[in-house]
Each structure stands twice: as structure tokens, then as C-alpha cells.
Design a protein around this ligand. Structure first.
Ligand code: SF4
Length: 226
């Protein structure tokens, strides 16, 4: 990778943020290429693992500004793949922001410290559960110590009963701010309604957690770049 360049899979928008507590917010999306896991069974962006081309930080900023121009869009979602694989360049990119409000989506395998001022963006952290095939105990992840930071949300994709057992245990060990259960779009997974019923049991056990669908999947299914 050349200096001041990142490997980009796609830049698109405006569209809605489809996941997490900012569902529905008009946003531009910067999807970076590459993923350190590149094996989650239900990954919906496998095309980002290898596909992509090098763009300079200024080319990326220009494209984002062009897409957002005159449309009152303030929110940029940096996603992947795993964007933190390119943390060094991302840190430089963030010094001159094309939009004022930035969310970074990460799988939790990289310390947020890699970006220096981790407090200046909103973090959407999504540690994987057993159904993904990429589960690691949360205590082994460098992000776990950031569980309580204000500017974060923790998204857990729950597909089956193994995920439920593990997540229940993990949530009893530690508080995660803005914790969210999200259904898995793979056939045979627990439904949104089943997850709401399960969340009632978590609430009864003193665990505060939201249950949110993927809004873009409701609207478009698995279509890419929408
Ligand atoms: S971490 Fe994300 S991008 Fe990487 S394989 Fe898993 S779901 Fe896909």
C-alpha cells in the first residue's frame, strides 16, 4: 500500500444507516477492503475481503463530498471488511474530515487506540459469536476495555442457541454501552420476534439490551451498494 492511500472496496450513498442506534440516518458509506477474519459464515460483504483499488485520501474525501453535496448529509460510515486493518492511513484520513459525524464499524479485534483520539468518532463494535465461526472470548479482544465508552455501540448478531448461551454469559461479566442484539439474515436463524422474547429474559436478569433489525435488509434484501 502506498503512503496516504487506502484500499477501497466501494464508496456509495446517500443511503440509510441500516444497523444500530442510528438506524435511518442519511449517510455516505466508505467500505474499505480486507478483513482479518475473512471467514464469518454469514458475512454479507464477502466481496470486500479482496476486491478493491487504491485511492488517495484526497480522492476518497472528494468522492464523499461529491456524494453528500447539497443533500444535507452529515454522517459518514466507515465500514469493511475490517477498516482497522488500515488504521495507520485511516488516522491520517480522519485529520481532515469530509463530513462532521463519523461512525467506524469494526469487529473488535484491533485496539481503538490505533486511531489516537478514539473519542472523536462513534464506534460500532461487533464481536462475533459462535455461529459466525470466528468467536473469541471477549476478554481476549483488545476492545473489551472500551466497553463502557460513551461514544460506542456493541452489536451482537445472534443466530442460534449457542450464540445465546455465550452472549448471556459475556453480558453478565461486563457492561457494554448501547448493547444491541441483531438477528442474522441467514435462513434458519432465530427470528427478530424470537430475539425480542429472549431479550425479555435478559432484561429480567438485569441486562439492558436493545433488539434491532437490519433496516437495509428489510428494504432491499442482500442487495449491494444501496
Ligand atoms: S468481520 Fe465482518 S467483514 Fe470480516 S468476515 Fe466477519 S462479518 Fe465479514
Amino acid at each position: 500500500m502506498k503512503v496516504n492511500m487506502m484500499k477501497v472496496n466501494e464508496i456509495f450513498g446517500p443511503s440509510i444507516q441500516g444497523e444500530g442506534i442510528n438506524i435511518g440516518c442519511p449517510s455516505i458509506f466508505l467500505r474499505l477492503s480486507g478483513c482479518n477474519l475473512a471467514s464469518c459464515r454469514w458475512c454479507d460483504s464477502k466481496y470486500s475481503w479482496n476486491e478493491g483499488h487504491d485511492l488517495s485520501n484526497s480522492q476518497i474525501r472528494e468522492e464523499i463530498s461529491r456524494l453528500a453535496e447539497k443533500r444535507s448529509i452529515y454522517h459518514l460510515v466507515i465500514t469493511g471488511g475490517e477498516p482497522m486493518m488500515q488504521a495507520k492511513e485511516l488516522k491520517k484520513f480522519l485529520k481532515k474530515r469530509p463530513l462532521p459525524w463519523i461512525t467506524i464499524e469494526t469487529n473488535g479485534h484491533y485496539s481503538l487506540d490505533l486511531l489516537g483520539e478514539y473519542g472523536s468518532v462513534f464506534w460500532s463494535i461487533s464481536p462475533k459469536l459462535p455461529s459466525s465461526g470466528c468467536y473469541k472470548p471477549f476478554s481476549d479482544l483488545p476492545t473489551q476495555r472500551f466497553g463502557e465508552i460513551l461514544n460506542s455501540q456493541w452489536k451482537f448478531v445472534v443466530s442460534n442457541s449457542d450464540d445465546q448461551v455465550v452472549l448471556w454469559h459475556e453480558l453478565q461479566q461486563r457492561f457494554y454501552r448501547n448493547a444491541i442484539i441483531q438477528p442474522c439474515s441467514v435462513e434458519g436463524s432465530l427470528s427478530y420476534r424470537e430475539l425480542i422474547e429472549w431479550a425479555k429474559k435478559l432484561w429480567a436478569a438485569g441486562i439492558n439490551i436493545r433488539v434491532l433489525p437490519q433496516a437495509h435488509v428489510l428494504a432491499w434484501g442482500q442487495k449491494r451498494g444501496v
